[in-house]
Design a protein around this ligand. Structure first.
Ligand SMILES: C[S@@+](CC[C@H](N)C(=O)[O-])C[C@H]1O[C@@H](n2cnc3c(N)ncnc32)[C@H](O)[C@@H]1O
Ligand SMILES: Nc1nc2[nH]cc(C(=O)O)c2c(=O)[nH]1
Ligand code: SF4
Ligand SMILES: [Mg+2]
Length: 214
């Protein structure tokens, strides 16, 4: 059984694939936070910007079988003839709690390229085309290779230096969104300064929030 908070068609807003048309599948639940505000301060990840509780979002639901979920996701990709390869981003919550071989096979059978957004604490299954790992605080990193490492910045317990030797093709810093405009501005400035001082890192802005398409 798969539990999906929401599923929708949008543009990837972050990282190296930013701007790419994508079907987003946001799974319910995370291993680093319950998703309840009362638990945030004591969670293993404290700055999450996402509601991932329940299956009540647009396009959300409970899917007994991989085929049914894959069909649901395929229906979100536009029908208009296009040479573009359909692209699905599995996120959450923590998608690797639910994304399994059956679902990977089922979406691939419908022509999708597959991306995942993971906190890196769980093993990444075979068959994913784009792996984005976003480390969280002091939590041990199991996924030590992939396509992009996208670190939310600043994090006291996850300094960029800890990750620079890992096997990723792209290294991004993404300013922490706090919901407070002044703090968010300060985080953008600090991230910009860090990238200028350490050119291995590039700035990732959450373009869906800036452009307001989501
Ligand atoms: C909501 S998470 C879900 C996927 C997975 N659990 C993870 O943490 O990577 C999706 C992306 O948003 C980033 N993110 C979460 N909260 C954020 C915040 N307050 N500011 C900026 N990025 C944030 C995460 O680091 C991750 O790259
Ligand atoms: N447009 C858009 N791009 C995104 N990239 C990663 C996201 C996520 O929440 O995983 C996200 C998201 O929530 N929206
Ligand atoms: S690991 Fe990802 S989904 Fe879980 S609380 Fe942190 S940012 Fe949110
Ligand atoms: Mg998001």
């Amino acid at each position: 059984m798969y539990h999906v908070k929401e599923a929708f068609y949008t543009l990837q807003g972050e990282g190296a694939q930013s701007g790419r048309a994508s079907v987003f599948c946001r799974f319910t639940g995370c291993n680093l936070w319950s998703g309840r505000e009362a638990d945030r301060a004591s969670a293993r990840c404290t700055f999450c910007d996402t509601d991932f509780i329940g299956t009540d979002g647009a396009g959300g639901g409970r899917f007994e079988r991989a085929e049914a979920l894959a069909e649901h996701l395929a229906a979100l990709w536009p029908e208009a003839p296009s040479p573009a390869v359909p692209y699905v981003v599995f996120t959450g919550g923590e998608p690797l709690l639910q994304l399994d071989a059956a679902l990977i096979t089922a979406v691939k059978a419908r022509g999708f390229e597959i991306a995942v957004e993971t906190n890196g604490t769980l093993a990444v299954p075979e068959g994913i085309d784009w792996v984005c790992v976003s480390p969280k605080g002091a939590n041990a990193l199991v996924a030590q290779s992939g396509d992009e490492l996208k670190l939310v910045y600043p994090q006291r317990d996850a300094l960029p230096e800890r990750f620079t030797a890992l096997e990723f093709s792209h290294f991004y810093l993404q300013p922490m969104d706090t919901g407070c405009h002044e703090q968010a501005r300060a985080n953008i400035e600090a991230t910009t300064a860090y990238c200028m001082a350490h050119p291995q890192w590039r700035l990732s802005l959450q373009t869906h929030k800036i452009a307001g398409f989501e």
